[in-house]
Structures are given as structure tokens and as C-alpha cells.
Ligand binder design. Structure first.
Ligand SMILES: CNc1ncnc2c1ncn2[C@@H]1O[C@H](COP(=O)(O)O)[C@@H](O)[C@H]1O
Length: 326
């Protein structure tokens, strides 16, 4: 039995140096950050539109909301980050929390939004400056990925891509990539290929939310695009709603998958937002028992395959957490 099994799991998870490659800013706001934002709004005399609050923001296992309804919870985060000050504060507090959780490197991602108080360009500028300032006080290395929301038009996607390129040129040490996310039932991947290709040509890396719902045709299109990474990859293995073709393509290309444990909590396939970055905290947030969490870890491991044998790296997780003890 390894020491890990007898060590306090929470301390172990926290102390373990971690990298975070899939954190949506709007999905990472903690309760305390949201309270700080509410305070900021109150002090500035800004009307707080978030009357339905914390309970709605958390999506527990077995939540009866459907996929599209789950995406509506982000509007709560959005309404609390509609001014440059609030957005900067949200960024700073979130980065500090990731560091506090033992995260040493993060690629934060966010969708530039126009609000009555800022343009999309100001949105990006605000976050870039917040990251720059945070780097003076924090040890965590922080980068930014610009998100394109699947609900936007191809033209809006190109506008976002152009801005991502512009900021990448000005701040290559901060802006590192572009990604496609948002409600996976919305839009069509084809529509976003020109925007993503432009960004890629300019030097930005590309990561795509892929296979969050059962859509093998789109998974193939996305893999053909050869993104540097994909997010989730839930419906790719034939046993889990994908096809032999999708699994073979992923195995052949060896595209790294940003696994999101908390996105596999719903029996229908997907959902739960990534509110935290640490296994045990995820368990608490989503009221999962440790054994359920361990099972999710194993399920997620199906997507991490050994380069040579192509077998899932289940043993690695078994070594990581002594599962029979849970
Ligand atoms: C769980 N699976 C998911 N699948 C797809 N997109 C997701 C997501 N979780 C979050 N987002 C995307 O991130 C936005 C919130 O952060 P930002 O406002 O960009 O910082 C959501 O509106 C959605 O577009």
C-alpha cells in the first residue's frame, strides 16, 4: 500500500503540484469570488441582477436540468463580470485560488463579451492586464486562451479570432491559444473552421471542445482539423457513445484530451461545470462520494491511452489512489 493511501487525500490533492489546462473563467468563480464581486457592485452602486444565486450556479450529480439549461447558469457569472473592474477582480481572485490549490501553471480560457461597460477588445485587454499584474504577486504561471462560443455567427467568430491574433502579437507571453466551446448542440464546426484556421496560421494553438454529445461526424471533422488538444472527449470511445472510427482516429493522432471529471457526472452523458480543479473539491462540490469519484476517475482514464499499447491507463490511477480502500 502506498503512502498516498494512508495520507489525507485532501492534503495530498492540494499539495500535489498541478497544471490546469481547461478552466473557463466564467465556470471557475468560487462562492467567495462571487461574493467579492457582489460587494464590488454594491460599493459601485451597480444593480446586481443575480437574484437567483449560488444554488443555481452549482450543478450536482442527478441535476434534472437539460444541457441547454445547464449553460444558462453561466449568465450568473457573466452578470457579475460585466465591468472592467469586476472582470479584473474575478481574474485575480480566480488565479489566486488556483495557486492556493497547488496549481503551478494555468491556461485560463474565456469568451470575450461585449457589455454596456466594455467592448470585446476591452474585455481581453482587462484580463491580459489582470494576468500581468497577478504575475507580480503570484507564483502561478498564467496564460490565456481566447474562446469562441458555438452560438456566435461565423462572422463574429472571425472577429474574435482577429482579436486573439492581435493580442497574441502584442502579448505572446500571455495569449497562447484559441478554443471552441459553448453549448455543443449549437452551431456547426464547419462554420468556425475559417476563424480557427486564421488563428492557427498566425501561430496560436487550437483546442476544441469535442465529443461532449454523441456526434461522431463532428468528432471526425474536429480530429481531421488536428487540434493541439481537445476538451472532454466524452463520446469518442465506442463503449461510451463514440464509434470505432472516432476512437481509432484519436488513438492514431494522439491528440491530448483535457479530461473534465465533473463533466461525466450525468448519466445522459455530459454535464456539470468545472467549478473546481482538484479531484476532492470536485467531489465535494458535486456531492459525489469518494467511491463515485474514483469510478469517475477510472471512466475518465478510458480516454488517456498508452501510446504503445493503446490500453487505457487505468493502472496509473489505481496507483494514484488506492481505489479498493475508498
Ligand atoms: C462543461 N462543459 C462545457 N462545454 C462547453 N462550453 C463550456 C463548458 N463549460 C463552460 N463552457 C463555456 O464557458 C463559458 C463560461 O466561461 P467564460 O464566460 O467563457 O469565461 C460558457 O458560457 C460556455 O461558453
Amino acid at each position: 500500500m502506498s503512502n498516498i493511501a494512508i495520507m489525507d487525500l485532501k492534503s495530498f490533492c492540494r499539495e500535489l503540484p498541478k497544471i490546469e489546462l481547461h478552466a473557463h473563467l466564467g465556470g471557475s468563480l468560487s462562492r467567495s469570488t462571487m461574493l467579492e464581486l457582489k460587494r464590488l457592485y454594491a460599493d459601485a452602486g451597480i444593480a446586481d441582477q443575480t437574484n437567483a444565486f449560488f444554488d443555481e450556479f452549482q450543478i450536482a450529480a442527478g441535476d434534472s436540468r437539460n444541457l441547454s439549461q445547464c449553460f444558462q447558469v453561466f449568465s450568473i457569472a457573466h452578470s457579475l463580470t460585466s465591468t472592467p473592474d469586476a472582470l479584473a477582480l474575478a481574474t485575480t481572485l480566480t488565479l489566486a485560488e488556483f495557486q492556493e490549490d497547488g496549481c503551478c501553471y494555468i491556461e485560463l480560457r474565456t469568451t470575450p463579451r461585449e457589455t454596456p461597460d466594455m467592448s470585446k477588445r476591452q474585455y481581453i485587454e482587462t484580463i491580459v492586464q489582470a494576468i500581468r499584474k497577478a504575475s507580480l504577486n503570484l507564483t502561478i504561471i498564467s496564460k490565456l486562451i481566447i474562446s469562441i462560443d458555438r452560438r456566435c455567427s461565423p462572422m463574429a467568430a472571425e472577429e474574435t479570432s482577429d482579436m486573439a491574433i492581435e493580442f497574441y502579437k502584442s502579448y505572446p507571453d500571455i495569449v497562447v491559444g484559441i478554443e471552441l466551446s459553448g453549448d455543443p448542440t449549437a452551431g456547426s464546426f464547419d462554420d468556425f473552421v475559417p476563424a480557427l484556421s486564421n488563428a492557427r496560421k498566425a501561430g496560436l494553438k487550437v483546442t476544441l471542445h469535442c465529443g461532449e454529445i454523441c456526434n461522431p461526424k463532428e468528432v471526425m471533422q474536429m480530429l481531421d482539423f488536428k487540434p493541439e488538444r481537445i476538451g472532454h472527449g466524452t463520446f469518442i470511445h465506442p463503449r461510451l457513445g463514440g464509434t470505432v472510427e472516432t476512437w481509432d482516429a484519436l488513438s492514431k493522432l494522439k491528440v491530448p484530451v483535457e479530461i473534465c471529471l465533473t463533466s461525466n457526472t450525468d448519466d445522459k452523458g455530459v454535464f456539470a461545470t468545472s467549478l473546481s480543479q482538484e479531484y476532492l473539491i470536485c467531489a465535494q462540490t458535486f456531492e459525489l462520494s469518494q467511491s463515485r469519484l474514483a469510478r469517475l476517475a477510472l471512466e475518465s482514464c478510458q480516454f488517456v491511452f498508452d501510446e504503445n499499447s493503446r490500453k487505457p491507463l487505468t493502472d496509473k490511477i489505481l496507483n494514484f489512489i488506492e481505489i479498493k480502500q475508498l
